[in-house]
Design a binder for this molecule. Structure first.
Ligand code: SF4
Length: 352
């Protein structure tokens, strides 16, 4: 079937309403940029999922980062997208304005050089991300260990996607199918979704980021839900030039060498068992005290990121959207990151 036929079928769909979650923010951004929603029947709802690591990082973690940045002889190093994320008493950006020592990085690996040149300073790396970025932190540790650089600490809010998807399957029954996160799937492989697809009888489709890939993915999910009703739902990989069934085993093994799973707090979802990645005990020297950031310091009052992240509401249904909360002045974490659903919706408001 060609793309014109797919668009026609999706536009003319008149069956029961279906909710499809696009798990990652890159898909959300592409959906908006390309106007994919306008090509779908109003009965097909695309819901933004929890695949923005910055958005789900708890406020307690931001607070700990700020504490480090205010500590003598310590520097907090982070990617730029963390700077405006609100903690309980402000963001890293505000703390920097008040004299906190916060530096930006383009890659965690560059921090090894900085630390080696400044042995009297402890460099605390804010490690935030999913499986896609975890190998970079693992390789940074490998480099630091290999070069004997000991003044680096990793404060990890690193997370794995599968436990969160399981949480959604268990708690948000009205989601009919999933457009799997493309970049994460490159690492974990399409086979990672098979157990969930079988257990919850929902389609999981891996698709690329171009609009035609997304439309093909949505169409595949709809076919599984409608045309193939009564048949087993499963995992279909439509992104085979990037995602292998078994994933990237080399990346998985470097992750496994340095990290082990543990419970982690997801802002808006709560504590999810085995969804966080923490340094193995043999690398405790490099741990910035990552465990114990599990106080359920929830979202600012009136912020509905928790509902947005699991697709209970669209961002523009939050009363703060565009009024008390916008990308220049974010009130909640989903408005901050380039992959946050609220920020993407706000930047593309004319497309709604
Ligand atoms: Fe939170 Fe702002 Fe999104 Fe509302 S619009 S859910 S306050 S980030």
């Amino acid at each position: 079937m060609n793309i014109e036929q797919i668009i026609t079928e999706l536009k003319e769909y008149k069956g029961p309403e279906r909710k499809i979650m696009e798990v990652c923010g890159t898909h959300t951004a592409s959906i908006f940029k390309s106007g994919v929603r306008s090509l779908l029947s109003s009965k097909i709802k695309l819901i933004s999922g929890p695949g923005c690591p910055v958005c789900v990082t708890p406020a307690a973690y931001i607070d700990r980062c700020i504490e480090y940045a205010m500590t003598e002889n310590h520097v907090l190093v982070t990617f730029g997208d963390m700077m405006k994320v609100p903690g309980t008493e402000g963001s890293l950006s505000q703390a920097k304005g008040n004299g906190a020592k916060v530096e930006l990085m383009y890659s965690p690996m560059e921090v090894v050089d900085r630390a080696e040149k400044n042995p009297g300073t402890t460099y605390v790396i804010a490690g935030v991300g999913f499986e896609t970025t975890v190998p970079a932190y693992a390789l940074t540790l490998e480099e630091a260990v290999g070069r004997g650089v000991k003044n680096i600490r990793l404060l990890t809010a690193l997370k794995t996607v599968m436990p969160a998807l399981e949480w959604i399957c268990e708690n948000e029954a009205e989601i009919d199918g999933f457009l799997c996160p493309g970049h994460v799937s490159v690492i974990i492989g399409s086979a990672a979704y098979e157990n969930l697809a079988e257990q919850y009888q929902k389609p999981f489709v891996v698709a690329g980021f171009e609009p035609e890939h997304i439309l093909a993915g949505v169409y595949d999910i709809m076919r599984q839900l409608q045309v193939e009703s009564g048949k087993e739902k499963g995992v279909h990989n439509l992104y085979k030039n990037a995602v292998r069934t078994e994933g990237n085993q080399k990346a998985m093994s470097v992750i496994d060498r340095y990290f082990e799973p543990g419970a982690a707090m997801w802002r808006g979802l709560g504590m999810i068992e085995a969804s966080g990645l923490y340094l193995r005990p043999e690398f405790a020297l490099y741990d910035g005290g990552s465990k114990g950031l599990d106080r359920d310091l929830e979202l600012p009052e009136a912020c509905r990121c928790g509902d947005v992240i699991v697709g209970r509401i669209n961002p523009n249904e939050c009363p703060m959207f565009g009024t008390g909360c916008n990308p220049m002045n974010p009130y909640g974490p989903c408005m901050v990151s380039s992959e946050g659903a609220c920020g993407i919706w706000h930047r593309n408001i004319g497309m709604l």
